[in-house]
Design a protein around this ligand. Sequence first.
Ligand SMILES: [Zn+2]
Length: 348
Amino acid sequence: MFHLVVTACLLADPALCAKRVLPAPEPLTEAACEEGAKARIAGWIALHPDLQAGDWTCLPTEALPALSLTEIAPGVLVHLGDPQPLSPDNGGDIANLGVVIGDSVAVIDPGGSRAIGEGLYAAIRRITNKPIRQVILTHMHPDHIYGAEVFAEAGAKIIAHHNLTSGVERRQEVWAESIPRQAGALAMLGTRAVLPDRTISVPEAIDLGGATLRLQPVATAHTDNDLTVFHPESGTLFTGDLVFQGLTPSLDGSLTGWLDWLSNPPERAARQIVPGHGPIGRTWNDATAPLRAYLTALADQTRAAIRAGEAMSEAAAHVAADQRDGWAGFDEINARNAIAAFKELEWE
Ligand SMILES: [Zn+2]
């Protein structure tokens, strides 16, 4: 199988160039890849007006840079991102990404940039040439969704919670400026948010052939568009950012909603829990205890500050500060969470 690889440079800074992989919906021979290359590059550049195309080539799967993937159960693979805040060092590769292989392939979160999506695509293609039919987005945050365009080009349908589309539309202008500033413009070159082909508002099962995925849209918690994915054959639960380990949890939905979700394990049969960030948990308690402790302290201390008549800025300076141990990026994220918590709880 061959893949079109094009050198793309930023029009605004022509010295900033990267090789982008342009997948095709069908497996290509070298000759077919070369024959269609110019038309596909023109079509792709039309969707990326900030770029210009340079040289191109057609490369076999083994020659593409690939992300690491670990098989955690038969047909279930995970890429563990670095559980740190976005930085040029990690280039946005901070979230955990999942792949489930049956007769077809589903991706659970395609990664935080076009380049990461391409690396995940190459890693999958090193294992199988089966069609990649679905990309499931666990929620709207860029570190989870920005790789989706790669898989849309490969023929996959993008599925998400029914609130995700409006969430991305509201935020994407801000992200287009803030994410390259945090992760680096080169790391984000060619990255574009694409919206879901289909959204869901009730639980749904997807049959991959020999593997099933149960999708569960969740009430407002980490965000207003969280979705969990359960693979019953292996007991693997992908929680997206409803569970954090190591990286400080960010509150972008409802603190009380999130605590409610945590107190009702969604899949009692889960034998391994893949969080949005950090290591895989073996039990519900393993996976969620640090997050629960943090969110409980955030809620309790915010309520106490409100009762004591503190202003929001006063509360944000100390609320949950005693929870810093073991969380990366704590000070900045916790300060934002404290403000969100104050705004939510002052109306109780
Ligand atoms: Zn998130």
